[in-house]
Design a protein around this ligand. Structure first.
Ligand SMILES: [Fe+2]
Length: 295
């Protein structure tokens, strides 16, 4: 079956209002499950307003959902984190009866450390213990959604050579119905910041395990952020998809036999009326690229 084009549903009412004219284009919507929850006064995860709104958008457009989280903390090994993960997964189990997610992915790495929630995933050492931790997490996710995966996260440092990371991911996703979400902008971002060839990284991945591809854009950091004055490319999802990402998409598409979707990501609060025609062109370009390359 030919892969579909996907689009994120951002948890922000003004952004959703602006994106409304585009919502008939994608073949599925990507939802970050935790953006549809809030903690109540008894520390239970309950539905927030986006839970019903996203389901209504999916129903009105007759489109399915895929789940892509950021806060599950795939690489956590701390016993103190077990109750949080249980609560998270039990909430997801209830959601699955309503959203019927086609597949469920989260970022490789760590988003909880020492009981604190991190804004962005941190890398974990590329060790057997990290592989085992992420595989355990995938197994628990699979009891809710049968097809699960990890995303190739944009890290700003690594515990080892960047070109060893693809082999690390291959060990994490070995086994039936465990997949890779290949984020091409993340690869591009790391290649710019760390100085490696983006295609060499992509070609080392187990491409038969890629179920979904992400494309997006980003900007460079302000040089004044770092004492060195160095500017880094950011995986900020707030700008047009760069040429290198389009080139990577063209090249990798025919090599991913199990690919089911290519998702355009855009961060809430980074869209205005002038952005909408550009996002429409990007969604159409994904569709056309799929038609040409994956037919
Ligand atoms: Fe992504």
């Amino acid at each position: 079956m030919r892969p579909l084009t996907g689009f994120v549903l951002p948890p922000d009412l003004p952004t959703l209002g602006l994106l409304e004219p585009l919502l008939s284009i994608p073949g599925y919507f990507e939802v970050t499950p935790e953006t549809t929850w809030r903690l109540d006064d008894r520390s239970r995860l309950v539905e927030n307003g986006f839970h019903a709104l996203f389901r209504e958008i999916g129903r009105a457009a007759a489109r399915p959902f895929v789940a892509h989280g950021v806060g599950l903390s795939m690489g956590s090994t701390s016993a103190s984190d077990v109750p949080r993960v249980r609560r998270w997964l039990s909430r997801l189990r209830r959601d699955q009866t309503l959203f019927r997610y086609l597949w469920f992915t989260d970022h490789a790495g760590l988003t909880m450390a020492g009981g604190r929630s991190l804004t962005l995933p941190l890398p974990v050492p590329m060790t057997h213990a990290s592989v085992a931790a992420m595989r355990r997490r995938l197994a628990s996710m699979q009891r809710i959604v049968p097809d699960v995966g990890v995303e190739t996260t944009a890290h700003y440092f690594l515990f080892g050579p960047p070109l060893e990371e693809p082999a690390f991911y291959a060990r994490v996703v070995a086994g039936a119905r465990r997949w890779l979400l290949l984020d091409l902008h993340n690869v591009h971002t790391m290649s710019v910041n760390m100085g490696f060839d983006s295609w060499e990284y992509v070609s080392r991945l187990p491409l038969d395990k890629v179920i979904e591809i992400h494309v997006s854009g980003g900007v460079s950091s302000d040089g004044s952020w770092l004492p060195s004055g160095r500017s880094l490319r950011l995986d900020s999802h707030d700008d047009d998809v760069p040429d290198d990402v389009w080139r990577l998409l063209e090249r990798v598409l025919p090599l991913c036999p199990n690919l089911r979707g290519v998702t355009l990501e855009r961060m809430e609060g980074t869209v205005d009326v002038t952005t909408i025609p550009r996002l429409r062109r990007e969604l159409r370009r994904i569709e056309k690229t799929i038609q040409r390359k994956a037919a």
